[in-house]
Design a binder for this molecule. Sequence first.
Ligand code: ATP
Ligand code: LTN
Length: 333
Amino acid sequence: MFQDQLVSFSGVQPSGNLTIGNYLGAIKNFSTFSEKYKCFYCVVDEHAITVRQVPADLRRRTYETLALYMACGLDPDKNTLYVQSHVHEHAELGWILNCFTMFGELSRMTQFKDKSAKHADNINAGLFTYPVLMAADILLYQTDVVPVGIDQKQHVEICRDIAERFNQVFPDTFTIPEPVIPQQGMKIMSLAEPTKKMSKSDENVNAVVYILDDRDTIIRKFKRAVTDSDTVVRCADGKDGINNLMTIYSTFTGKTFDEIEREFDGKGYGDFKLAVGEVCADALAPVQEKYKCFISDKAQLEAQMKKGAEEASYVARRTLSKVQKKLGFVQVR
Ligand code: ATP
Ligand code: LTN
């Protein structure tokens, strides 16, 4: 809670082109909080460097992610949209919270285990303490709700544990946040390996549908999606590919699984895959239109970044200063 208003906070890494997993699991839901909550949505570039990034790509994707936030309906006058590295309090609170986080609890994080297996040549300390910086992001704004996909639930839980530990020593410092995970679309799976999460840093571009893919590409990718040797469109254990396509179709159309099964009764996988591709392309077309407009005006994006960083800094500074005072840091300002 900040000044009598509930707070929503979330972040997306500029670590690749955004996917329909990011859209359905997270960004599409961000705007639903704008009416009731004070919303902070951040482009978390400091998190992205836990994995090696090409600097020019990171810079370009930071602009792109902000433009996509806006294209997905986040009005910068109603939401604070900004870049993590523009608000130095994130890194500073991150350090402090490191001293309230246990080695053992970080070792249990599944994202750390997955990413260190994937990047075995670069298991850096930042990758390990990634959830602590994420906790700082969230706690700086006295956040009540954190809209995320299910893969981030564990990180919000550790954030709660860190906040509770800190509050036990220094009462009434942080609001304890709740993760808000969508019932549908919480975990969109890869089109090539439907037991794996669809991820923007996947090397196989055919496994992933990007928000900015054109219509033909979207339809082609869904046509090629891995399914099974059955032919009936129905949800069942072991039919991971079809279950995933049904989830995507359902999330875009609002139809239930029963309705989808009835709609495709007597039709094969080919018809279903085409229909999924079409609803996805139709839903993304207006986002892509708006994106083109936002990304073409770099000066405007920079102005938004600056405005967002000023708004965020104002709140972040207050929380950090409260924390520093409680810890016993000398304040001479
Ligand atoms: P990376 O591959 O670089 O780790 P990512 O695609 O997992 O990235 P993030 O930036 O880590 O994306 O995630 C941004 C938001 O999107 C988070 O809230 C995350 O839970 C959500 N998200 C990411 N992938 C999916 C997915 N496949 N299904 C649902 N939500 C997702
Ligand atoms: N860890 C998240 C990105 C992220 C985030 C956050 C999400 C960084 N800070 C704060 C919610 C709240 C991810 O990998 N998707």
